[in-house]
Design a protein around this ligand. Sequence first.
Ligand SMILES: Cc1ncc(COP(=O)(O)O)c(C=O)c1O
Length: 391
Amino acid sequence: MESIVDKISFGGIVAIRDSLLKMQSEGKKVYRLESGDPSFDIPPHVRDAMIEALMKGYTHYTESTGIRLLRQAIHRKVVEENKIPIKDHDHVLVTNGAMHGLYVTFRALLLPGDEVIIPDPMWTEIADNVRLAGGVPVRCILKPENDFVYDPADVESLITSKTKAIFINTPHNPTGAVYPKKILEEILEIAIRRKLYIVSDEAYEHIIYDGLKHVSIGSLPGAEDRTITIFSASKSFAMSGLRIGYIVTNIDKIIERGKKLLRCTINGVNSVAQYGALAALNGPKDYIEEMRREYQHRRDMIYEVTSRLKSLKPFKPRGAFYIWCRISDDWRDSEGNRSDWAMTNYLLKFGLGSTPGSEFGPASSEYIRFSFSCATSHLAESLEVLKQVLE
Ligand SMILES: Cc1ncc(COP(=O)(O)O)c(C=O)c1O
């Protein structure tokens, strides 16, 4: 009999990364526009807090939901900054990155066969985590004319008697779309009327451009008892390898099930990393703005180059660090193919990493994603190569 895990793929992105790393080990120059890992180092006060934790011997088991001081700091942050009225720090769960937060959320929320509405395109792991929890991802196609945010009427048309939740991701991976408050209000109104939960992935909350403000759907009136919000330290504080994420929700059943899942999966996140996250939340924050500004500069660089190329039609990202480009109708590789994989494989020959759109959903095979989380100098070199090989 097939296990649920057999339904999960190894992911095309991993195959692309492996090819690039192999080329690199053979001495070839590679350009890492497939990877979404911040180029920045962690700030000194975060590093020092982790060293201090080690020196003080804070290397034992912690509470499996996260150290109390960290959960208190997270509680303060979500109430003050995100305006999400979470009851107290016992409604916070610290997870092994937002990835694990999503796993715990869907596992705690879903019964076998429950449907979750998710976007197409969407970062691959969302559909996989819904499936791992026994649920069924139902795709809502995002359209360029809606700036790649949900059309509330499309969302409503997908609701069935099995729908349990609507999944939201803002800023969005892979398109860089940012949800306006009005659309969030309309989605919430549907969720209230149709008695659905909302799962909101806000891993890129701090990476947002052009003066736009991140809005948490959990902050809107009526959302407080039906929303589960997942955040990450990976992008906000460039702590991707340290694996800190967190779930906040007022839904007691999710907290109760989440506690059991935390006990049986990780039994608490790495203690030293938790002290790092505590310092990140309590310490100076100016570096968040510095990183944001640098990402915006990179966004401008890549948008300018891709919008001049005939083979690509980019959507200008308003957040996150990805650019989503439609492959032009007349682009062909040397064998006459026009698919997303054809373009990714063509670019790979020149050591250029990218991710084919279909990795993010079956309706997205005319698109390709480039990441600009790498160092600005690396991006500049990569863009020169991109220009040469696509022009
Ligand atoms: C939309 C989205 N959510 C969550 C994550 C997971 O982040 P992490 O597990 O590093 O916290 C990612 C990572 O790329 C992402 O793109």
